[in-house]
Design a protein around this ligand. Structure first.
Ligand code: SAH
Length: 403
């Protein structure tokens, strides 16, 4: 067995059951663990702390599989962890009435949420009968074949597609990979349902695993608040918020995204739902510029949604990201009519909820508007946050009413 011995005093995070061990905490590596292989982790006096996956190239040198000295890391371990995560999804309360878990009809949701489900580096989203997996750590890469077999067996899914085309893999010394892992991928597009809407999901070419499932409940909230309003949906992707608003009775929706592919899919989603073309405008462009253009031409709205991509994946980019968030929020405040609503998000791991609120407060101040937070939003419950892993809470949202 390969063994990692920590420096004295560096066991504290592990005693709080945080699953990451940074390279700087390690005093000694005994044996010759390969990439992704299981190591035992001991404190400086030789006491057992955990078993985890070794990642020689990453700053996060070990990700913990188990804190239980009697639990070994083998096929059965993964069977139990995967099954437990799946069972929790069945017990979760979803807003979406179309979710069913009868034999062949899987639910559309995140099935495995990495560290928060005790499986560091593994993300699995399910779209009807297709699973899309992301392998984000050396440890999961090592067990990939077994995990794929178990997923198929435990879910009864028809196929598994892999979207490991994510930059964090480079930090683990792993190549990017996209492709079918099990079964055939036919048809290429999958139709899912959410909050009474249908959406096309392109799992091989779409963003992330194909759809931003984490915003499900927040799109439902926008649907509930949209009646009679003129909506601006910034960073719209395949039209999620804009179409939700229209279904909720919005007077009009304007949706902006820089990707023409995303907007083409959004228009197909409008057609799929038989929503009126004259009420929606798809605008290809840079949100930073479009908001300025609207400001200069005095266009205004009753509700604006800002759902930008990750400006700060880690805290080292926080400052530059903060400027980006402030800019778009400030402009949005200026475009809102009195009584209007701003629904603003950050999915940056490097920006805390507290910092995000401060940035938005600074934006309101500079825009010269009185504003109140009327609701805090977060990722949907199929993206849980393990209390021992606060980093899991990445999506922060505020619903703000201007005076
Ligand atoms: N709101 C969407 C998800 C948004 S993801 C939903 O509910 O599904 C972020 C989107 O921002 C992506 O579609 C990406 O193409 C777009 N994007 C990134 N930078 C942009 C920019 N500067 N201007 C406009 N769109 C941008």
């Amino acid at each position: 067995m390969h063994t990692i011995i920590l420096k004295s005093g560096r066991e504290k995070a592990l005693l709080r059951r945080h699953p990451w061990i940074f390279s700087g905490a390690i005093a000694k590596v005994e044996g010759d663990p390969g990439i992704g292989e299981t190591v035992a982790v001991l404190d400086s006096s030789g006491e057992f702390l955990a078993r985890g996956a070794f990642s020689p190239e990453s700053q996060i040198r070990v990700r913990v599989w188990t804190f239980d000295p009697d639990e070994s890391v083998d096929d059965d371990f993964f069977r139990l962890r995967l099954k437990s995560a799946l069972d929790k999804r069945k017990l979760s309360v979803f807003r979406d009435q179309s979710l069913s878990t009868d034999n062949r009809q899987l639910i559309t949701c995140r099935l495995i949420h990495a560290e928060s489900d005790g499986l560091p580096g593994l993300v699995v989203d399910s779209y009807v009968n297709t699973l899309v997996m992301q392998v984000l750590s050396a440890g999961v890469e090592h067990w990939r074949e077994i995990i794929a077999d178990l997923l198929l067996e435990l879910t009864g899914a028809d196929r598994i597609f892999e979207r490991s085309d994510v930059d964090v893999r480079k930090l683990e010394g792993l190549p990017l990979r996209i492709g079918t892992v099990r079964g055939e991928l036919e048809p290429e597009r999958i139709q899912i349902e959410e909050n009474g809407l249908k959406f096309w999901v392109d799992v091989s070419k779409g963003h992330k695993t194909g759809f931003y499932l984490d915003q499900r409940n927040n799109r439902a909230r926008v649907q509930e608040m949209a009646a009679g309003r003129d909506i601006l949906d910034c960073f719209s992707y395949s039209g999620g918020f804009a179409l939700s608003a229209l279904l909720g009775g919005a007077a009009s929706a304007t949706a902006v995204d820089s990707s023409s592919d995303a907007l083409a899919l959004a228009e197909e989603n409008r057609i799929l739902n038989d929503l009126p073309a004259e009420k929606i405008e798809w605008l290809e462009g840079d949100v930073f510029q479009v908001l300025r253009k609207f400001r200069d031409s005095r266009r205004d709205f009753d509700m604006i949604i800002l759902d930008p991509p990750k400006f700060a994946p880690t805290s080292s980019q926080a400052q530059k990201a903060a400027r980006g968030y402030k800019d778009i929020n400030l402009l949005a405040f200026k475009l809102l009519r009195p009584g209007g609503i701003l629904v603003t998000f950050s999915c940056s791991g490097g920006i805390s909820a507290e910092l995000f609120q401060k940035i938005v407060a600074g934006a309101a101040l500079d825009a010269g508007v009185d504003a109140q937070i009327i609701e805090h939003l977060e990722q949907s419950p199929d993206h849980p946050v393990a209390l021992n892993f606060p980093e899991g809470a990445y999506l922060k949202g505020l619903v703000i009413r201007v005076g």
